[in-house]
Design a protein around this ligand. Structure first.
Ligand SMILES: Nc1ncnc2c1ncn2[C@@H]1O[C@H](COP(=O)(O)OP(=O)(O)O)[C@@H](O)[C@H]1O
Ligand SMILES: O=c1ccn([C@@H]2O[C@H](COP(=O)(O)O)[C@@H](O)[C@H]2O)c(=O)[nH]1
Length: 214
């Protein structure tokens, strides 16, 4: 793709932690990748843009509020999205949840026709909102999100049950109420229940298919 070709269509999926953002994004991607291939469509997680904290000792990293907008480098995300829309390749940061910081290696990401973004605070950020074409909000009940997060973070993110519960009470839930839930007002589409909502997956995939065919 060159700077003169069509701008990438950016679909952003936001909502609470463990509301099913990643699952729905991957389900749509897998459905479309079969017909269009990885050069046409890709997924970027907002979590990649958690700030680098390698200059901080581990005990201090564990105290960061990861659910506050300041924890994310949204300005870099917006810059990368603009670069991709101009038809240029970017190098996405990679983030380690267990180390609470970025790792040295980056991942090359070439321009695509459609980019699915997924992350808790995407609809909260005005700069990112200006770049996206469609905003989706995953409206999964918070108690369900908490149970899924507890299971996932213990199994996949190297966390203890106690630390997940403490973090949920101190930052995850309050920041959800302050920043994430109010950002629902900016969504074009609200998806109830979670990442296995088949009708929502089919509708979004059909809409994206139209963009990919043009
Ligand atoms: N509708 C659903 N039914 C059952 N499990 C689900 C559903 N939606 C998501 N999950 C599971 O919940 C966990 C969190 O989902 P995930 O997509 O990682 O959330 P997010 O990206 O919003 O943090 C994952 O283990 C996922 O497989
Ligand atoms: O070092 C970190 C970075 C992030 N988190 C938590 O992750 C979620 C966002 O990711 P989801 O995939 O949407 O769940 C956020 O709620 C942070 O609290 C973390 O615990 N540690």
């Amino acid at each position: 793709m060159t700077a003169t070709t069509q701008q990438a269509v950016i679909i952003a999926i936001a909502g609470a932690s463990a509301s099913g953002k990643s699952l729905i994004a991957q389900s749509i991607y897998r459905k479309l990748r079969k017909d269009f291939g990885p050069d046409e469509i890709g997924v970027i997680s907002e979590d990649r843009y958690y700030r680098d904290q390698s200059h901080l000792p581990m005990e201090q990293r564990a105290l960061t509020n990861y659910d506050h907008p300041c924890a994310m480098e949204h300005e870099l995300l917006a810059e990368h999205l603009r670069t991709l829309q101009q038809g240029n390749t970017v190098h996405l940061p990679n983030y380690s949840y267990s180390q609470h910081t970025r790792v040295a290696e980056t991942t090359e990401f070439k321009p695509k026709k459609v980019i699915i973004l997924e992350g808790i605070l995407l609809l909260n950020n005005a700069e990112v909102r200006d770049i996206m074409h469609t905003g989706v909000y995953m409206d999964t009940p918070l108690d369900i999100c908490f149970l899924r997060r507890l299971q996932r973070d213990v199994q996949e993110r190297g966390r203890s049950m106690e630390s997940v519960i403490k973090q949920y009470q101190e930052t995850v839930r309050p920041m959800f109420l302050q920043f994430i839930e109010p950002s629902k007002q900016y969504a074009d589409l609200i998806v109830p229940r979670g990442g296995k909502n088949k009708i929502a997956i089919d509708l979004l995939a059909a809409r994206i298919r139209q963009f990919l065919k043009t």
